[in-house]
Design a protein around this ligand. Structure first.
Ligand SMILES: *[C@@H]1O[C@H](CO)[C@@H](O)[C@H](O)[C@H]1NC(C)=O
Ligand SMILES: *[C@@H]1O[C@H](CO)[C@@H](O)[C@H](O)[C@H]1NC(C)=O
Ligand SMILES: *[C@@H]1O[C@H](CO)[C@@H](O)[C@H](O)[C@H]1NC(C)=O
Ligand SMILES: *[C@@H]1O[C@H](CO)[C@@H](O)[C@H](O)[C@H]1NC(C)=O
Length: 526
């Protein structure tokens, strides 16, 4: 059984070797559903992201950084705890407005570890790990929070969401700590509100170590290009602030994304770039159509999707092309990740190393002088490579990729079960089960021996390697998977419990709206 959180924290506290005045500030900037090729530094053609690019130019560009999970809530839990989501119970699917649970208070987040070391901690933006009292960020190590509890689509201001909006029962709330301060949230001002809050936090804590976790509620809304560029503007404001405060050389800034593009949302989604998932496209029935959230394929019209009980219809995409969010194809795993710490890391470095978001907690703890050997993480301490990106490649590292969306298993449809569907070892990726994203009609396909790709030289996953030439690797993979699964201590599936009475509502008598009208929102005092 796990050691208690309190014991771990006391241990950490005693092991603090660096005085808090020399601890670096930590800033984690997290994009939502941003693809690898959606920043200009990594090849976006019609999007300009000069500020995110600036981080990569001042530090390290990671070319094989993997999201730890296929969906938002799970990926965020893994980033903040360093553990696979089956261990923390953040599966299947994601948390919604009527969810009962969230990341359990017994889990220890990066914010809790850092707070024990004397850091001031703040989250500005999208939490997505539970909105009921016990699960709020302020119960997970963050001194303060301004942001939204779950995804921005659904219940927001009409013209700022991608698809038709089922608004009336689920107005999106804006929280300050444990209080709703605005409902529905005003998307028009959200970027400015977040930015002001983040700057204010950094200014207030410029003389002590701080941890700012800034998960942007982009990119679900507006037009995609505008959303990314607005997010980039926010990144620029953060970088300008640390420059103005004279703390840039003592601040580690990491930018990454939680998972890849939500392909079925089409014009509201990012790009797959070269990560086409070609094999699936070539092996999926042409009449299988993937639809945006809440829509279903129209049985009578090829590639058309219908919103149930309405006349809203949209064009769908081929299931074989639906290889972003929800899937384990490269477009959903490769994250646009850049890091700067000008005092410690030389500029313009590039790393082809296999990284995972699971590494963030152990790596950062190591970089702030903590001995992490007594803690157990699924991620690894990669600080040697973060600090010296050209140093080495970790031969033999194995990353396991779990997903849901199977035909059979103990979980209700469309989840089925959680299972390891793919594995990465260096440049090799082996598939045990192939499938597109969740809610499509295509059925998972089992591969024995595993379907093997060299994702460094074949990022499109187009040409499976000859199994005869990789006999030892293919023989080892099922054994590694069995060992990994046998070592997993499961938590029950926390996202399944729902209760409509728990949908956040500031005031039933006003139809869940705050009294302040949209037009003068910035005057709301927080
Ligand atoms: C959502 O809100 C808008 C404006 O408040 C309203 O016109 C529209 O009918 C609402 N949609 C639904 C599904 O209730
Ligand atoms: C696709 O076509 C096949 C063969 O004609 C049929 O069996 C299947 O039901 C169709 N699937 C869909 C989703 O229409
Ligand atoms: C659509 O309407 C039917 C019958 O009126 C109802 O049973 C069903 O729940 C509705 N579906 C949705 C998604 O609202
Ligand atoms: C920050 O670090 C860079 C690179 O080492 C150095 O050139 C610069 O002078 C430093 N700035 C300050 C204010 O110390």
């Amino acid at each position: 059984m796990k050691r208690s959180k309190v014991t771990l924290l006391i241990l950490l506290w005693f092991r603090t070797v660096i005085s808090s005045s020399s601890l670096p500030n930590i800033i984690i900037l997290l994009a939502d559903n941003l693809g690898f090729n959606d920043i200009s530094l990594f090849g976006a053609r019609s999007i300009n992201t000069p500020n995110v690019d600036r981080i990569g130019e001042q530090g390290v560009q990671f070319k094989h950084w993997n999201s730890a999970a296929h969906l938002c809530s799970a990926s965020r839990a893994a980033l903040l705890t360093g553990k696979y989501p089956v261990r923390t119970g953040i599966y299947p699917g994601v948390f919604h407005a009527d969810s009962v649970y969230g990341l359990l208070p017994t889990e220890t987040t990066l914010a809790e570890y850092l707070r024990e070391l004397g850091y001031a901690t703040s989250i500005v933006g999208k939490w997505h790990l539970g909105h009921n009292t016990d699960f709020l960020p302020t119960n997970q190590g963050f001194d303060e929070w301004l942001g939204i509890p779950y995804h921005a689509s659904g219940g927001s201001v009409e013209d700022h969401v991608c698809q038709y909006d089922r608004n009336e029962t689920m107005w999106l709330p804006l929280y300050h700590n444990h209080r709703i301060v605005q409902q529905p949230v005003n998307m028009h001002h959200l970027a400015q509100t977040y930015t002001d809050r983040a700057i204010d936090f950094m200014q207030r804590h410029r003389h002590e170590p701080f941890f700012l976790y800034f998960p942007f509620s982009h990119v679900h809304q507006f037009t995609f290009v505008n959303a990314v560029e607005e997010m980039d503007w926010m990144v620029g404001k953060v970088l300008d602030t640390i420059d103005q405060l004279g703390i840039t050389n003592n601040t580690l800034v990491l930018f990454t994304s939680d998972n890849g593009p939500w392909v079925a949302e089409q014009e509201c989604s990012g790009s797959k770039g070269p990560f086409l998932g070609r094999w699936l496209m070539d092996h999926t029935a042409e009449n299988c159509t993937a639809c945006p959230h809440d829509y279903n394929p129209d049985p009578n019209v090829f590639r058309q999707c219908l919103l149930p009980n309405t006349t809203h219809r949209l064009q769908g995409v081929h299931c074989g092309a639906d290889t972003g969010l929800g899937s384990l194809w490269e477009a959903n795993l490769r994250m646009p990740t850049v890091l700067q710490w000008p005092g410690r890391i030389p500029p313009r470095q590039e790393s082809p190393e296999l990284f995972s978001s699971l590494d963030v907690v152990p790596t950062i703890l190591s970089m702030v002088g903590q001995d992490t050997k007594h803690l157990s993480f699924d991620g690894m301490d990669m600080s040697d490579i973060w600090l010296h990106p050209s140093s080495r490649r970790t031969a033999g590292r194995v990353l396991f990729f779990w997903r849901d969306g199977f035909q059979s298993g103990p979980l209700p449809a469309p989840y089925g079960r959680m299972d390891v569907a793919a594995v990465k070892v260096g440049r090799f990726k082996a598939w045990i089960w192939t499938k597109s994203a969740h809610y499509n009609a295509d059925v998972e396909v089992y591969h024995d021996p595993p379907l093997l790709f060299d994702v460094e030289n074949d990022p499109a996953e187009a040409k499976p390697l000859d199994p005869q030439e990789h006999v030892n690797l293919l023989r080892s993979i099922p054994i590694w998977i069995e060992q990994h699964k046998a070592g997993v201590d499961w938590t029950f599936p926390l996202t399944l419990a729902k209760d409509p009475r728990l949908v956040p509502c500031v005031d039933q008598t006003t139809g869940c709206r705050t009294a302040v009208s949209y037009s003068f929102y910035p005057e709301v005092t927080l």
